[in-house]
Design a protein around this ligand. Sequence first.
Ligand code: HPA
Ligand code: ZN
Length: 334
Amino acid sequence: MPLPKAELHLHVEGTLEPELAFRLAERNGVRLPYADTEELRKAYEFADLQSFLNLYYELMAVLRTEQDFADLADAYLTRAAAQGVRHAEIFFDPQAHIARGVPMSTVVEGLWRALGNSEAAHGVSTRLIMCFLRDESADSALETLEAARPHLDRITGVGLDSAEVGHPPAKFREVYEAAAALGLRRVAHAGEEGPPAYITEALDVLGVERVDHGLRCLEDPALVERLVRDRIPLTLCPLSNVRLRAVDALTEHPLRRMMEAGLLCTVNSDDPAYFGGYVADNYHAVRAALGLTKEQMRELARNSFLASFLADDEERRARYLAEVDAYEFSAAVP
Ligand code: HPA
Ligand code: ZN
C-alpha cells in the first residue's frame, strides 16, 4: 500500500498521456503533427520551461468537449488513487481553452463530471484551482475571473502559471484582489525559473498562501527565514525540475536541504504525463536520490495535508493525517 498523500501541484492538462491524446484526436477529428504515440514521446525532450509549454499547449487541441475533460480528469484520478493520493488540488488553464473556442462552462463542467464523482469512484477528495496564464495580459486574467463567476461553487482558488521570466506577479495584483474578495484561495508559481524576488512579490502583492515551486528561494536567506517563520508551504516538483533543467540531476535537488532548513516542503508531480512520473514516483525518486529517511517521507506526506485547502473540512484533514501517522513502511524504505 502506498503512503497516503495529497497532491497540491498538478496541472490537469499535464496529465494528458499520449494514448489518450491520440484517442481524443480521433474522436474529435483533430490531426496531431505526430505519426503515433512513439513519435510523440520522442518530443518529450525539454531544454527549459518554454520548450515544454510549446508542446503542452499544442496537445491541448484534442480537448474539445465536456466528456474530453471528464475523461482526462478521470484518468488522472485513477492513477492518483493507485499512487496513494487521498486528496488532490487540481490546476486548470481556462485561457488556453477559451482561446481555442472552448468555453469556460465546457471545461469546468467537464472536469466536474469526474471530480464530483471522485470520492465515490476513487476515494480521492478534490479541489479545483483556476490558473491565469502569466504571459497573457492582466485584462485577460480579469475577463477569465469574470467568466468563472457562474462556476465559483466548483472552484476553490486561483493560481498563476505558464512562462515565468519577464512576467512578475505584480502584473496580476488587481485580479488577485478581486479573487480574494470573492473568497477564493490564492497560490502562484514563483521561483521555478524566475528570481527569488518573484516569490517575495507573490507573497506581498498577491497575498498567496502557498508558493508553487519556490525552488529559487534558496538564493535569498532572508526569504528562506520568512518562509520558515510564516510556515508558507512550497509545492516542489522534483522530476519536473530535472526535465525542465531547473536542477542538473535529481541527486542535486535541494529538497532535503530545504526540509532540513525547516521549510514546509511538499512533493508533487506538476505535469506527470510529460515528466516521467506521477506523485508516488516523485516520492520514490527523491527517496532514492537523496537518501530520505522514513520519517522524512512521513513528514512530506503530513505536510501535503497540512498545506492543503481542507480548512472547510478539518475532520477530513485529521483523518488523513492519522492515516499518515499509522502508515507502516515496507522494509525496503530506510
Ligand atoms: N510551470 C509553469 N507553468 C506551467 C507548468 C509549469 O511547470 N506546467 C503547466 N503550466
Ligand atoms: Zn506547475
